[in-house]
Design a protein around this ligand. Structure first.
Ligand SMILES: [Zn+2]
Length: 151
């Protein structure tokens, strides 16, 4: 079973959804029941869910604005041709609140590469909020979500 990143237009949440739950590129949002659309490019296995959630929670706690998310996303644009981990390091330099990422992500090249892909996806989702109205409350409330038992 593969999991595909989806982005909710209503609450701006980015989440992994089972591939078979997505119909015509859309699936209902687990958080608000709104319509989500799948984000192309990445897919993950069930073993990746925990890391994705942790990265999402770190980004949420860092309170990154949509404009900053777009800029940080740009830092990861060349990640597939750069040394694994370089993009991640760049993010933690630019946003000290993201320093936790270096503790969460295992230092193996494959794990770093995967985490950078997840971060690019999550930052894409955060950057999309820029085009929507009323995003400030949605962004701050998503930072207070339940911890999902990941720690
Ligand atoms: Zn939603």
């Amino acid at each position: 079973m593969r999991f595909i990143p989806t982005h909710c237009e209503a609450c701006t949440r980015t989440a992994l959804v089972r591939q078979d739950a997505i119909v015509g590129g859309r699936a209902p949002c687990e958080q608000c029941g709104g319509a989500t659309f799948s984000m192309p490019g990445e897919s993950y296995g069930s073993e990746d869910m925990a890391l994705f959630e942790e990265l999402r929670s770190v980004l949420a706690q860092a309170n990154i604005s949509p404009g900053n998310a777009a800029a940080l996303r740009g830092e990861l644009a060349g990640r597939t041709s750069a040394e694994p981990g370089r993009g991640l390091k760049r993010l933690t330099q630019l946003v000290p609140a993201l320093g936790l990422l270096e503790l969460i992500v295992p230092g193996r090249p494959s794990a770093l590469r995967k985490a950078e892909g997840m971060l690019a996806t999550l930052l894409d989702g955060l950057a999309r909020a820029r085009t929507r109205s009323g995003t400030m409350s949605a962004v701050s409330s998503s930072g207070q979500e339940r911890g999902n038992g990941t720690r």
